[in-house]
Structure formats: structure tokens, C-alpha cells
Design a protein around this ligand. Sequence first.
Ligand SMILES: Nc1ncnc2c1ncn2[C@@H]1O[C@H](COP(=O)(O)OP(=O)(O)OP(=O)(O)O)[C@@H](O)[C@H]1O
Length: 497
Amino acid sequence: MESDSDSGGSHVSATPPRNSKQPPKQFRPAPPPPLPLRQPPRAGSKTRNKTPTSSSAAAASRSNKPLEQPPLDRKNDDDAPAVYSAPLSNLPFQICYQNRPISSSSSSHSIEALPAGYFSKSASFSKIRRTSLNFESLDESCPPPPPPDSSTAVPAPKPNNNNIRKNINLIRAEAPPPPVKLRKCSGGSEGNFVKLNTNYKNKFLNRKGMRKSSSSYASNNRRLYRRSKRKLKADSEAAEAGGSLCDEEGLVTEITQQKAENGGELIEEAVSAARGEPSDENLVRLLSLMYGYSSFRNGQLEAIRMVLDGKSAMLVLPTGAGKSLCYQIPAVILPGITLVVSPLVALMIDQLKQLPAAIQGGLFCSSQTPQEVEETTKLLQQRAIKVLFVSPERFLNADFLSVLSSIHVSLLVVDEAHCISEWSHNFRPSYMRLRASLLRAKLSIGCILAMTATATTTTLNAVMSALDIPSTNLIQKEQLRDNLQLSVSFSKNRQVS
Ligand SMILES: Nc1ncnc2c1ncn2[C@@H]1O[C@H](COP(=O)(O)OP(=O)(O)OP(=O)(O)O)[C@@H](O)[C@H]1O
């Protein structure tokens, strides 16, 4: 089966804080004012007596190109270093000028040798690696400064090791600064947040701005996928062996086989009871057996009941409100599989890991090897998978569609459904393929559950119309968070003097 391509792209973003202060601009000499120039008439062209228009002058000024300038005296330019360096040579640090050759005493990594723009003007902790702050250890690894040129150098005072300033700022003290990897900041105003990437700009570029090879792009996903697979395997082995295991987060999970077996039987009973009669009581029982929760949260039961009735629904619940449970419980009750469309490989893996033990899950993603895809396909055909996670790009894959055509899909879940709408902040073109008409025609999918935490009315209308969800089937709940407080206080009018 061919693999899809862009399920690993990161588009989830946080809004960067707006800094009202513009970062200071790099100094550039002001361009000379545009001179009115008369273009000489071209040979063979119609000669019209044209006065210089303001647009041509404006174009010239836009390009910052002086129209006429006396030729520069190159000789003077060559002499320039002496002019600059003489008054500053006695300083205890070295200053390098842009466009000037870096002196041999500068390390290739020295900070002052870097061109302007390497440092973000906004405070950004992520731009400089932590190791650069470990002055003690790095100081030892730094090579000693090269001997000064005996002809020009003023005899330097013997360095007093106790007084050497180890704090490295932009100005270098005696020792060359430790190697730091710096990323060039393009605009300087991005802040420390993940930038919104709605139009795929730079998506396939690496840090150096070079085009990422598809193999390096896929290898990240592959590593993520393999790691999660290893963890799932270790978990299941530990579950089989019984006892306790220490998971990635350092939490110790007690697993007793006896308990799991008894729980499994009880869950099976509760599932068949809910299949026979999906009453509130039966669903709450299933909830407590599968998850250990005693009651549903706002909107959950409503969504589950709608899906169990075979009605498509649009679920809008805040982040962390428990949307996943709204498809997981129907997934164990419904006869066919539940297909979950998710925009990111990382999200798929996360959701796969969060599935309760009673639900067998699988995924198709671009980072899988052909063997892994084959293995998942086999499990799918054996009805051993109840919840299958896929990216929207999968719906272009003919092999995938042919495999699914022989499998009963009871429910299609569109996670982060706002990506369908062009009006959403996270529009994803591949989500556009998720149209009810196409899904019905190709996969005979009758019931769709669209889920999102954030959508405007326009976005919701667009999503619901694309997926054929009636307006009466919108479940939208606000959640007041206990840990948030809003207070209003009155203060006296202040007099402005
Ligand atoms: N009825 C419930 N009672 C108590 N906890 C619950 C309940 N339903 C879900 N949770 C818990 O709430 C947490 C968040 O759930 P979940 O990840 O499904 O949220 P979500 O709405 O899908 O979030 P996101 O928008 O980030 O995908 C999970 O730990 C889940 O177990």
C-alpha cells in the first residue's frame, strides 16, 4: 500500500503574543532620493514624449537602487579597516564589522563574528541551547586564544583567571565563547511560539532553509511511530506477565492479570447489555468499567446516544473535556469498525496509546514500512481492529479504499473537524476530501461524528454542510473551568495633570 505524505506536518499552533514594541531595525544607510531620470528612447520603439511618471520613480525608490551615483572609490574601501580598528584596538574585546573579513583570532563560532539578525530581538529561550549557559564546563573545552600578532599587539596584561568574566554576552572576553548553534531569525517578531502554518510555507524545509528530503521527513515520523510501538509492546508484555511497570512518564502502573481477566469479562457483559439496550444506566456501567469514571461529563452522553442511533453529529467541546470517549464507547458497542481521521501522526499515536485496554486499535501512517502496513491490513481483515486511525490523505489511496470497501465501517470520526473549513484558522486542504457524498459513495459510511474544540459559527456551518450533519445535531457545550477566575474592581478616576 502506498503511503500518504503529509500527515506529519505540524499545524497545531499557539497564538504568539503580540509585542507592541517593534524590534529595533538593523541600521542601514538611507537610500539616496530618487532622481528624475529621462529614459533614452529605445531604437525601433515608438517614441513618445513621456515625462517621468511618479510610478517609475516610486518603483526605483522601492527597489532601494540609486538611479545615479558617482562611482565608489574602491581604494578607500580597502583602507577602511585601519580607519575603523585604530581607535578601538585598545579595547579588551574585539568588534567585527559586517562584510569585513573576520580576523584570524576569531573562532568560527564566536558570537560577535555572526552577522546581525542572528539574535532575536524578542526574548527567546529556545534559540540558544542550554549548554551555552553552562559556563564552567564549557570554559575548559574552549581552545586557548591564538597568540596575538607581535608586531601590532600591545603587551596584554597577564590574565587573572579569577577575574575572567565567564558570562558570555555579545562581547567576547578573553576566552572564545563556546560553540552555540544559532538559528537565523527571519522576522525577529515570532516570539517563542510555534508559528501558525496554514499555507504549508516552509513545511518541507529544514532549519537551514534547505528542502527536506522525503526520507528525513519520514524518518522523524518513523522514529515516533517505532517508539510508540515499542512502548505498546512493552506495556502488553508487562500486562501479560502481571506485576508493575514504570511507564515513560515515570508513573508506576500496577497490572494484575487476574484483575484484567475479570474486568474483561465484565466489560463484555456490559457491552452486550448496552448493545441490547443503550440506556443511560448501561452506558454509565460501561463507562465505569472501561474508564473508572462514575458519570459522564456535559455533552458526552448526548453525543454517544446520537451516534448509537446512527445519526451524524457535530460535537464542540473544549480541549480536555473528553471528546475521545464519545467515539470510544460507541466503538465497542457498534458492530463494525470506527475510522478516526486525525490531522497529525503524533495525535494518532497519542490517541492510540490512550485507548482503553478493551479497544483494539491500529493506524495507517506514512512512517510505516510495507510490512507494518500489511500487518495492520491483515488485522483489519480479521476484524481484530476496532478503531483505526488514518490521515485525511489516506482517502486518496486506492489500496486503502479497496481494503476498506470489504470492511464494515460503522462510524467515521473527523477529529479537529474545523480543518475542513476554509474559514478556520487551521484549514487543511486534504480535509476537503472528507465530504459526506464521497464517503457514502466510496465507503458506505452512514454515520459521521465531527469533533472540534474551537470553531466559529461560519466554520461550524461549513463543516456541517460538508459532512451533511443536520443543524439539529449540533452538540456544543461550554465548560466553566474552576481554576479560572474573573474579577472586576472599581477604582477612582485618576486626574491627568
Ligand atoms: N466522564 C469523565 N469523567 C472524568 N474524566 C473524564 C471523563 N471523560 C473524559 N475524561 C478524562 O478527561 C481527559 C481528557 O479527555 P480527552 O483527551 O478525551 O479530551 P479531548 O476533549 O479529546 O481533548 P482534546 O481537545 O485535547 O483532544 C482524559 O484524561 C479523560 O480520561
